[in-house]
Design a protein around this ligand. Structure first.
Ligand code: SAM
Length: 284
């Protein structure tokens, strides 16, 4: 039996049956348009036989579009009512029981995923999208690529190059793992309820080689946070505390890393931040 998708009326009926009123707190804006979920799956290039992890499957519209390709899905959902119902919805739409694994949990606390998914596909809850992405990239090294739907401003930040207006700590941290690109706009009208923000698709691909060790990543991310907490200040001032000294000592360290002490965080790419962390490691 081929997998069939959920229609708009069926999604509302399911929510009513489960007594689910979508909440802002959990970012519950469900996609009620089959073309949109198919498009997300297509942009992600999901292939039969792959294992995909989906964060926040909700009532299952995107989940079924992923399963339609012949891929398997591990779906992590925090809302118990939705997590509990998903297997029955999938079975009623032609999905075999072994193709779907539902994890009833907060995605930010998940540290193990059966089957080591290699692809992340999700319509992410808006308020936790960046922490979820960074947590998944850090915790699941088998994840090699992904396409997620996020609030437009967040997507622009994730894909922003150094020097651009939207470049910030999330941009630099996301770039640690590999390149990101904007992969299209999504109309508000495809959601129920209709959100009051615009959405975009953003795609990432993990770089073949890790940039550095876990210790280097932690130190680099601390430096990134400090640089953007005081983004108008020159690095020699903004980083003095995190580098454990005076502005003069920070200057010497920045010079050793090949970074101008008078530069600002927004001019630096992630590789520059890593060099600062390594220079600091050298003197610690
Ligand atoms: N994938 C569905 C769709 O496209 O219709 C639902 C997407 S909705 C934007 C976000 C989903 O994430 C909701 O089902 C919500 O309950 C779930 N969610 C919110 N916070 C979560 C968390 N921390 N961990 C896992 N799921 C979460």
């Amino acid at each position: 039996m081929p997998v069939t998708l959920l229609g708009a009326a069926e999604i509302r009926a399911l929510a009513a049956e489960l007594d689910v009123t979508p909440t802002k707190k959990l970012g519950q804006n469900f996609v009620v348009d089959a073309n949109t979920v198919r498009r997300i799956v297509q942009v992600a290039g999901v292939q039969a036989g792959e294992r995909v992890v989906e964060v926040g499957p909700g009532l299952g519209s995107l989940t079924l579009a992923i399963l339609e390709t012949g891929a398997s899905v591990t779906a992590v959902e925090i809302d118990h009512r939705l997590a509990e119902r998903l297997p029955a919805t999938a079975a009623a739409h032609g999905v075999s029981a072994d193709a779907l694994d539902v994890v009833d949990a907060d995605a930010l606390r998940v540290t193990e995923l059966a089957g080591d998914p290699t692809v992340l596909v999700a319509n992410l809850p808006y308020n936790v999208s960046v922490p979820v992405l960074l947590h998944f990239l850090e915790t699941f090294p088998a994840l090699e690529r992904g396409v997620v739907m996020v609030q437009a401003e967040v997507g622009e930040r994730l894909a922003a190059p150094p020097g651009s207006k939207t470049y910030g700590a999330p941009s630099a941290k996301a770039a640690w793992y590999g390149p990101w690109r904007l992969a299209g706009n999504v109309s508000r009208q495809v959601f129920w309820p209709v959100p009051n923000v615009d959405s975009v698709l953003v795609a990432f691909r993990r770089a073949a080689d890790a940039r550095g060790t876990e210790q280097e990543r932690l130190r680099t991310f601390r430096i990134v946070d400090a640089a953007f907490q005081q983004r108008r200040k020159m690095l020699r001032q903004a980083l003095a505390a995190v580098l454990g000294g005076t502005a003069a000592e920070a200057s010497a360290l920045l010079e050793a890393a090949g970074v101008a002490p008078t530069a600002r965080g927004e001019e630096l790419e992630i590789g520059d931040f890593l060099r600062i962390a390594r220079a600091q490691g050298g003197v610690a």
